[in-house]
Design a protein around this ligand. Structure first.
Ligand SMILES: Nc1ncnc2c1ncn2[C@@H]1O[C@H](COP(=O)(O)OP(=O)(O)OP(=O)(O)O)[C@@H](O)[C@H]1O
Length: 816
């Protein structure tokens, strides 16, 4: 679409926050007065958090009129420069190539909202004392596993084979309790503090005690895989189940006669059933799948089950597993507790004489209390700090505070919506600027569509290199088909010093083999690696080399934020978490985040400066680098944005005669206006629409899902994430779109409308998914929100916003 200033005036205002006061400076004075009057009648005083920038940013000297005509956003900023203007931090860069050629539809650095944070007043991050790790193992001198009551066999195995000489604080407090007592327990400790082993080790120790004495000598009783199912561990995601299973398998190498297995869906129930039938002592399962087996396959005898562990209990409740958990708890409790197993081995006395439930989480939401009511009886609250536990025991109340690991460095980047994408790339570029500086990073994004889009946008478009020929007689290595669409080089964020960075994507709409293979590829990647993901990866995921977590979209609730950032700084290691926030009300969110050290808000410009200090690699171009006529970071940022926008508008093969797909009503309007100028011009424009570029389709879909997701922040936090204050036009820019596409407020289900991506579950829109479980179940085994009909409240609010926007747009058109 041509960059018609007038047209943009109309369209951009339509995307603006509803609360914003619009000042009209273009057109005839009569129209201006009329519009201003109309505006006064309909709007309250402008919210300070939605203030517009002066438009002076980098181009202060260029005059308001010129800006208006060039960026088409006239009338929405005052003429007084503001102090937080980045231009004051250095000389304003001259017009870039993109600006001169007129190819920029709306400039990145103008008309951005101004942060409310006074950055001058803030202490510099480096001033803060480095904190001592709070989730690290204790020193071997202070404590060891043997002293906690674990058998010599297990303790030695931990020390020699797993290189764990001393327990962590939560392990120190949990292990003796679960070995000696048969009461229910609620384990609450920071992310990465070793809760998994805290509950696994006492279980293994006690099962082992059926057949072995304390000193490791065997008893006359033999225990093997058919001796009974003794423990069931439930976790919300398949990934987490697999991870727990891997940890348990490592521990069980000291007792290879004991067997654990997983039932998690994603593979045939028949094969799961066969595995259970062969005999299993510890079962790890997702609630939906376990209920299915208990209800339908009847192979599980729960009479010998002594432990039920609910790992990440609050997440399971959040995902709608309440009914399944009730069923599981009910079925386990209903069956008679067998004092002896089928072979006559006496279980009571060695194993708990009652059924023990262990609830486990780093955070606690209200729904955990509900879960506690369903599953726990007189539970003891175990935390990492003895004094907290004593306080709880005294008061009879459970302390709800939770914290991030003390050594985790946290920062917030205040970035206007338009600059989000380039700032993200700049951050990644500077992160991976040197080889070996950071090995792995995770980027959290609110929804699967947006993950798909950002992966497609950032991955290399260059054809895959041919595999190196093998010596004669040697079979060629087979490429892993499961990761073909989820792992690719990330050219844009590489540098000459660090030429290979691998990009990965993971979300709940991918088929299970793809999910497992991608996670494995990310964990085992020897090159620096980035994982773009949804909250599917926020819980429990333990990839030790993750040094950076980026919350590109803030979490939907503070506890989720704690879990996300907890993917780094695990078991005493260092880590950094960076949160992207929009200027304005989102900045207030920092005040409610748990932090051991202050979260340092930073303005985006320093990130851009650092990231775009060198050329940007661009896949598929002749020179291999992004060309700008000036070597300034600002011009690189603009050129990169333009490059993305052009990639989106590039014609898809054979699309010239296709029916145009308009991004929004305003685009349609533009086309019809063109029509008035002449049919030939209109036809050309129509052909220029490049309708079927899959990246453009993906960008629109990602944008829509993003906006819907934005509306689903928990109620208490919506004062910071106010959908009505969101500038849709600016946000569209962060998706490489020139303006916001329509169709946001329809309340349609993301899953049914999402374009199918390679590697996606094949029949997710049909009733039956994969192995015959219902769609409802398949959804529940996934761990993402469905931003569709389910969130009627969000849909309603979006519809209201769209209605008001449309109203605004219509009145704006009258000005033209
Ligand atoms: N005693 C120990 N010594 C050394 N490393 C340990 C010890 N216990 C656990 N770890 C390591 O700490 C890491 C985190 O453990 P784990 O995944 O159990 O944490 P968590 O508390 O469950 O975290 P989250 O709440 O995020 O799920 C793992 O890599 C694990 O191997």
């Amino acid at each position: 679409m041509a960059d018609d200033g007038d047209m943009f005036l109309n369209f951009e205002i339509g995307d603006a926050p509803i609360k914003q006061t619009v000042k009209y400076t273009g057109g005839r004075w009569r129209d201006r007065v009329k519009a201003q009057k109309g505006e006064k009648g309909g709007q309250t005083k402008q919210d300070s958090t939605a203030r517009r920038d002066t438009g002076a940013d980098y181009y202060a000297n260029r005059g308001a009129k010129r800006q208006r005509t060039e960026d088409g956003e006239s009338g929405r900023f005052s003429k007084t420069p503001r102090t937080s203007n980045p231009a004051e931090r250095g000389p304003p860069p001259p017009p870039t190539h993109a600006m001169k050629t007129g190819l920029v539809s709306s400039r990145l650095f103008t008309s951005n909202p101004v942060p409310v944070t006074d950055f001058e007043e803030l202490p510099q991050p480096e001033e803060a004392e480095p904190a001592q790790p709070s989730n690290a193992p204790l020193t071997a001198e202070a404590e060891n596993f043997l002293n906690l009551g674990l058998s010599r066999r297990v303790s030695q195995h931990l020390a020699t084979k797993l290189e764990m000489k001393a327990p962590t604080a939560i392990q120190k407090n949990t292990i003796p309790q679960l070995i000696k007592e048969d009461s229910d327990a609620f384990l609450q400790a920071e992310t990465g503090s070793g809760k998994t082993l805290a509950y696994l080790l006492p279980i293994v120790h006690r099962i082992l005690a059926l057949s072995h004495n304390e000193d490791g000598t065997p008893k006359s009783t033999k225990v093997h895989r058919n001796s009974g199912l003794f423990a069931i561990i439930l976790a919300p995601t398949r990934e987490l189940c697999k991870q727990i299973s891997v940890v348990l398998e490592k521990v069980l190498r000291c007792a290879p006669w004991l067997v654990c297995t997983t039932v998690i869906g994603g593979e045939s129930k028949k094969s799961e059933k066969a595995r259970i039938r062969k005999g299993v002592n510890i079962l790890i399962a997702t609630p939906g799948r376990l209920t299915d087996h208990l209800d339908n396959t009847k192979v599980l005898d729960v009479g010998t089950v002594r432990w039920l562990v609910l790992d990440e209990g609050d997440r399971m409740m959040e995902m709608g597993f309440e009914e399944d958990i009730r069923t599981i708890v009910g079925k386990i409790r209903a069956g008679e507790l067998q004092k002896k197993n089928a072979e006559g081995v006496v279980l009571d006395g060695v194993l708990p004489s009652r059924r023990v439930t262990v609830l486990c989480s780093a955070t606690m939401k209200m729904n955990v209390q509900k879960l506690g009511e369903i599953s726990l009886e007189d539970a003891i609250h175990i935390t990492a700090s003895k004094s907290d536990m004593e306080k709880d025991a005294e008061t009879g109340a459970v302390e709800t505070a939770f914290s991030a690991p003390a050594q985790l460095k946290q920062a917030a980047i205040i970035t206007p919506a338009k600059l989000r994408l380039v700032t993200l790339i700049a951050l990644l570029k500077s992160t991976f600027a040197r080889k070996g500086s950071v090995m792995k990073a995770i980027i959290f994004i609110s929804c699967a569509d947006s993950v798909d889009y950002h992966f497609e946008l950032l991955k290399s478009t260059a054809p895959k290199p041919e595999p190196e020929p093998k010596p004669e007689g040697e079979a060629p290595t087979k490429p892993n088909i499961h990761i073909e669409s989820t792992v690719a080089p990330a050219t844009y964020i590489t540098s000459p010093a660090n030429p290979t960075v691998m990009l990965h994507k993971l979300h709940g709409s991918l088929a299970q083999p793809v999910r497992s293979a991608t996670l494995k590829a990310f964990s085992e990647c020897k090159d620096p690696a980035v994982l773009i993901t949804t909250d599917i990866s926020s819980r429990g995921l333990d990839v030790p080399a993750v040094e950076l977590v980026i919350e590109y979209d803030p979490a939907f609730a503070v506890p989720d934020h704690v879990h996300r950032i907890g993917r780094t700084a695990r078991a005493g290691r260092a880590g950094k978490a960076v949160l992207f926030l929009l200027p304005g009300s989102e900045e207030g969110y920092i005040s409610i985040l748990p932090k051991s050290t202050p979260i340092a808000p930073q303005l985006y410009d320093s990130i851009l400066q650092k990231g775009f200090v060198t050329d940007i690699n661009v896949p598929g171009t002749e020179s291999g680098i992004l060309e700008t006529d000036r070597n300034s970071w600002a011009s690189r940022a603009e050129a990169l944005q333009l490059h993305f926008e052009q990639r989106l508008l590039a014609p898809a093969p054979g699309a010239a005669n296709a029916t145009p797909v308009f991004e929004s009503k305003s685009e349609k309007f533009a086309a019809s206006k063109q029509g008035k100028k002449g049919k030939a011009a209109a036809k050309k424009d129509t052909e220029d629409k490049k309708p079927d570029n899959p990246l453009l389709v993906s960008a629109r879909q990602a944008f829509r899902s993003h906006i819907r997701a934005y509306a689903t922040h928990v109620r208490e936090e919506r004062i910071y994430f106010d959908i009505t204050a969101l500038h849709l036009g600016h946000m569209a820019k962060a998706f490489g779109l020139r303006e916001a596409p329509g169709g946001i407020g329809g309340g349609v289900s993301r899953r049914t409308h999402r374009p199918v991506q390679p590697g996606d579950k094949t029949n997710k829109t049909s009733k039956s998914v994969g192995d015959g479980t219902s769609t409802r179940k398949a959804k529940k085994d996934d761990d993402e929100k469905d931003y569709g009909a389910a969130d009627e409240d969000a849909g309603r609010r979006m519809r209201e916003k769209m209605k008001m926007m449309m109203g605004n747009m219509a009145s704006e058109f009258n000005l033209g």
